[in-house]
Design a binder for this molecule. Structure first.
Ligand SMILES: [Zn+2]
Length: 273
């Protein structure tokens, strides 16, 4: 049985349900712990993040739900912290480090928005060379790897969000693979845990989770650690795709999932899932 989902959102950011509703859904799904991972504020106005002024309320509400459900499910106060976030990744029980943007001079285009925006970024900033964009995108993980508070790597290849309909990136390209592998090596050396994230499946963008099977194989061969998460934005998706993600993980050679126990990450056998 699955025990944990560390990537979930609530009405404090772009989620549809309250923290308590998400925690109760996790409990009903048989999980023994749930992490709420609020999108931290960006330097620009963003509809998908919490406002900095509401952060104290967020901490208080997670604490309240944690106390209310104590003994039935553990509730952790996490963050999905973007590399370009406006705040430091401190004060949370754990932090997922994600890269939703590419920094290009003063511009910060988003790879998570629309296929049109991804097309525009490739054409306008990388002269139509998708490999060049991938190299710039994955290079940012070298910075993320150095941030100690970040324990989990969120949706590693988010830039491929629209690839099932638009085929922007050639994941078999040696340059693409080399860029992703450099990022993976730096993240593994820093001890980060990679998530298998099914969020784009529940929202209809993809039929497979992040990262791609090819990159998961690279992570597995190099001894990387994984967790399975749903990036749930509503109660219905609390363990969406978990069974398929576990099968994919086994197929890629993983034998363990890494579970957060409130302090550290500990392994549990994948065969039990
Ligand atoms: Zn994200």
């Amino acid at each position: 049985m699955f025990t944990q989902n560390l990537h979930s959102h609530s009405t404090f950011d772009d989620g549809q349900n309250t923290i308590e509703e998400m925690a109760l859904a996790a409990q009903a799904a048989g999980l023994t712990s749930i992490g709420i991972s609020v999108h931290t504020p960006m330097p620009h106005p963003a509809c998908w993040t919490i406002d900095a002024a509401r952060l104290p309320d967020y901490f208080a509400e997670v604490r309240r739900v944690k106390e209310r459900l104590r003994g039935t499910i553990d509730v952790f106060c996490g963050a999905e912290w973007d590399l370009h976030s406006a705040i430091a990744p401190t004060g949370f029980d754990y932090v997922i480090g994600s890269v939703h943007h590419i920094a290009i001079g003063n511009d910060l285009p988003c790879v998570d928005n629309t296929a049109e925006e991804t097309r525009r970024i490739i054409r306008q900033h990388y002269e139509g060379d998708a490999d060049l964009m991938a190299e710039a995108y994955f290079r940012q993980y070298l910075t993320l790897a150095k941030i100690d508070e970040v324990k989990i790597v969120g949706h590693l290849d988010l830039l491929t969000k629209f690839d099932e309909s638009c085929a922007f990136f050639d994941e078999a390209s040696p340059r693409y693979l080399a860029a992703a592998t450099s990022a993976i090596d730096a993240l593994i050396a820093a001890g980060k845990v990679f998530e298998i994230n099914s969020g784009a499946i529940s929202r209809g963008y993809r039929t497979t989770p992040y990262p791609s099977k090819a990159l998961l194989r690279v992570i597995s061969e190099r001894g990387g650690k994984i967790t399975i998460s749903s990036d749930a934005h509503r109660v219905e998706d609390i363990i969406c795709g978990f069974t398929d993600s576990a099968a994919l993980a086994r197929d890629c050679g993983f034998t363990e999932l890494w579970r957060f126990d409130g302090k550290d990450f500990v392994p549990e056998p994948l065969n039990d899932m």
